[in-house]
Design a protein around this ligand. Sequence first.
Ligand SMILES: C[S@@+](CC[C@H](N)C(=O)[O-])C[C@H]1O[C@@H](n2cnc3c(N)ncnc32)[C@H](O)[C@@H]1O
Length: 411
Amino acid sequence: MSHLSRDIETALALLPEHRKKSKRSFVLTLDDILDDYRLGLELNANAFDLCMHAYRFHHPFEAFWAQFRSKSVKPKEIRDLMLMGFAALLSRNQAPVEAVVDTFVNTTKKVFGAHTAGLTNAFLREVARSRDRLRAQLSAHPEEMLGPVLAARWDRPIARSTETLAAAMGRALLVRPPATIGALGIDGAWSEMKSAHFLRQEEPRIAIDFSSVGFVRWLVPQLKGRPLGRVLDACAAPGGKIIAFALQPELRDVMASTELYATEAKFKRLTRLEQNLAKMSVRAKTALHSWGEGSPPPPALAEPFDLILADLPCTGLGTLASKPDLLLEDPAELLSSVANLQVNILRDLVGRVAPGGSLAVSLCSNDPEELERVTVELGRLLPDKKLEFWTFCGDNEGRTSQWMAAWLVRL
Ligand SMILES: C[S@@+](CC[C@H](N)C(=O)[O-])C[C@H]1O[C@@H](n2cnc3c(N)ncnc32)[C@H](O)[C@@H]1O
């Protein structure tokens, strides 16, 4: 289990109390940090798994911890180790409980000092004793994975399901993610492949989830016969959707004469976008630009477009399974942090679609209030136009892990 101990130490640095201490990492999203780690090849699959499950089990951990101990612990970062141990014991079916507990206890001694071993040992043994009961409880009430605020907010029925939105989202956090990566090849075909195979990269590929491909497959047939001379992806990085769009076999002939533009507001993400476009041989003119913030776009972007894709910055609440650090945020605050930006971007872009052109808007969210607000704003901006609406909840295996919503308006 020495590799487990090493992976626990690596993952610890990414957990909430450690991130609070390191100011730099607390202003970045977990996604940004994981990217840095992956690029430095410091993060193997096991450390990644430990980290993701620790975030996923944050709320059940808090409830269990509150019953176990009322006093605070010092240093606070030990809680990260307890959280990770709690999540590992609940999420790993194969691992022998004794060995897992021992490894965590040895790691606590090494990282926080021998005096912390007793507490860690007592806590994790209590978790181990309660494991079957906790699992049964979470399986019967998966909404408890979301914490009380989100569970109450999403306590509403969803179409074609007997579950509430909260139960479906909670259940997605309990399902172990597949050990595969969704990959798009330069022929535009999407497949799931083992991570090791993906990383070997014999052929150019990018990682892209099934919902993004689903969005492109929904959009493309609806654009048949419509002009696509100038196409803009306004919020493009890291480029999944624009690349999937450009590589769609049905568009191959059309794309040969399309001028493709891709903009992004953050420099680092623009660089990733450019790398991905180059890797996949998709020719697009890129620019660093923030829509909706009052500054005029560069001259090449000032002319109207036949199609604008606006994959809006959003709460990301539809992607909790892959961004479980969102579980620690207040959803209402998340929403208000993006609400004005979304509206401003839409207002800016609507006037830039050429007559006869199309506007496709998308969000990685399933939050009813967030979706409603975009629908209302589009209705206000384009009162006499028909809105096509599409939602997607799941991957091609039917796992409800990745939600997207999209709107199409033809002008
Ligand atoms: C949902 S992500 C885009 C994902 C991308 N379309 C894909 O499929 O890979 C939204 C992107 O918009 C960028 N963004 C945020 N504010 C923006 C603005 N005012 N103008 C342009 N891009 C913005 C964010 O940095 C982020 O990269």
